[in-house]
Every structure is written in structure tokens, then in C-alpha cells.
Design a protein around this ligand. Structure first.
Ligand code: HEM
Length: 178
């Protein structure tokens, strides 16, 4: 087993905080809305859809900060156990994750604004600058769902690849982001 134990092999603390906080928020955004859609109208359903929008909007804020951080802080090189093709696939996968992590919440905000909804941050709210247009919001909802499911699929591949490295290749890859 190759041990990853030097700082040069690991993402820095800020990158690790971005990674895990966004992973948690995306998991919450997914779980909250999928549960909400199964519930009858009521307080719990409305709490879950309100916090879905909040969690998703925080993902967008963190995404912006993460990209700025990433521009000035090079990530550690990929393990030498990976072939050039695998490294290329990993880079494309990560690029896809970045793209979808931005696109899903941007379309979510567009959907909320098109419905004249608000985004609630507890201490303050962001109201829609638009009037409600249910008909126009329908295709936006479909796009939001489509890109969200593409994000979930890519996250699934990302997690499977990480577990394959950790337990089959045994290159201790999880240490890089721990
Ligand atoms: C990473 C962030 C996000 C993820 C993963 C996500 C995912 C989803 C998913 C899976 C659905 C349900 C699709 C279905 O019906 O099967 C949904 C619906 C929805 N999302 Fe998001 N979303 C995110 C961010 C946002 C943001 C930032 C907003 C708005 C501020 C938002 C607003 C909505 C709305 C209004 C719906 C429709 C709920 C309904 O019709 O009752 N989402 N989202």
C-alpha cells in the first residue's frame, strides 16, 4: 500500500473544509427535497423546501469562494499509481462536478425567482425580483431536476472511484481529503 502522509500529498485545510461542507450541503439539499415531495402540504414539507433552497444557495456561495481559492492554491498532484488516462478522466470528472455544482443551484435560484419565491437565510431573506409565472417556471423546474440528477450520477461515480482506489488499488487516496 502507498501511504499518503506528507502535506504535499494532501489538499490544504481550506480545500478540505470546502469539500466536506459542500458534500454535506448537497446531500441535505437532495434529501430534503426528495422527502418533501413525498409529504402532504404542511409545516414539515414547507420547512424542508425552504431549507432546500437555503442549503442550495449556500452551495452557490461556497462554490464561488472555492473557485477563487482553487485559482490561487494548486491541488496536490494525482497519485503516481494512476495511468495518464485515469488522471485525464479524474480531471474531467472534477471539472464536471464543478460545472454541475454551479449549474444546479443557479437554475434553482432561477426557478425560485420565476415563481416569485424567496430564499430564506434566517437573519435575512432574498426576495424574487420577478412576478410569478407558473407556466414559464415549468421548463426551468425540469432543467433543475435534470441537472440535479446528472450531479447525483457524477457524485456516485466520484464516490465509487474514491472507494475503488481506497479498497481495491489500496493507494490510501482518502487521506488526501481527510
Ligand atoms: C446543490 C444544490 C441543489 C440540489 C442538489 C438540488 C436538487 C433538487 C432536486 C433533486 C429537486 C427535486 C427534483 C424532483 O422533483 O425530482 C429540486 C427541486 C427544487 N429545487 Fe433544488 N437543488 C439545489 C439547489 C437549489 C437552489 C439554490 C434553489 C433555490 C434557491 C432550489 C430550488 C428548488 C425548487 C423551487 C424546487 C422544486 C420544488 C417543488 O416543486 O416543490 N434548488 N432540487
Amino acid at each position: 500500500m502507498t501511504d499518503i502522509h506528507t502535506n504535499a500529498d494532501r489538499y490544504d485545510a481550506v480545500a478540505r473544509i470546502f469539500h466536506w461542507s459542500m458534500a454535506l450541503l448537497i446531500a441535505y439539499a437532495a434529501a430534503s427535497i426528495l422527502i418533501a415531495e413525498e409529504l402532504p402540504r404542511g409545516d414539515l414539507r414547507s420547512f424542508l423546501s425552504t431549507t432546500h433552497r437555503t442549503a442550495g444557495a449556500i452551495v452557490l456561495v461556497l462554490f464561488t469562494a472555492r473557485v477563487v481559492w482553487r485559482l490561487f492554491h494548486k491541488p496536490p498532484p494525482l497519485p503516481s499509481t494512476m495511468t495518464p488516462l485515469q488522471q485525464k478522466m479524474a480531471h474531467f470528472g472534477h471539472l464536471g462536478l464543478y460545472g454541475l455544482m454551479a449549474l444546479v443551484p443557479i437554475v434553482g435560484v432561477a426557478l425560485t425567482f420565476r415563481r416569485a419565491g424567496t430564499i430564506d437565510f434566517g437573519l435575512f431573506q432574498i426576495a424574487s425580483p420577478l412576478v410569478a409565472d407558473r407556466a414559464a417556471s415549468k421548463p426551468i423546474k425540469e432543467i433543475h431536476e435534470l441537472v440535479a440528477y446528472a450531479l447525483f450520477a457524477l457524485v456516485g461515480v466520484h464516490v465509487a472511484a474514491a472507494l475503488w482506489h481506497q479498497f481495491v488499488v489500496r493507494d490510501n487516496i482518502l487521506e488526501r481529503m481527510r
